[in-house]
Design a protein around this ligand. Sequence first.
Ligand SMILES: [Zn+2]
Length: 161
Amino acid sequence: MKQQKSLIASSEWLSAAAHEAGHAVVASLRGFPVRSLRLWSENGGVAGMASIDINERTTDPEEINGYLLVSVAGHEAQARWATEREGHRNLFGFRDHGSALDLTRAGCRHDLDLFHQMRRRHPAALTEAAARTHARILLRRHWPRLQRLATRLARAKHLTY
Ligand SMILES: [Zn+2]
């Protein structure tokens, strides 16, 4: 049982690491400097944060869309990670992206709030569906990079650049 528990625990760190790595990979692809990534335990789970230089008050449409992509990229990366990892498939018994998104949604509420705050100020920017599709394409294309970063972050808990 102890073995099983530590397996679940390490998969939680990896899942949170995949989330933060998703923000980081998409941010750097869009030219936003990533300063640091952190993970810590909180309320029996794992919480994380990506410090990224993004000007929230920008009026540049490209930057606004970049901000929106970065906001959804954590959730998208975490869901993709969950569908790809053997451990998660066994624990939760799903494979499709939609149920993986549902399962991981609770931890992403803050990101989605930021997304919608930005979007309310700029109604012509990417819709949530469009931002998710685009983020998913970027993540698929750069998945090996995300995997390497997530694995490093889960081990180190703190990376600075
Ligand atoms: Zn996030």
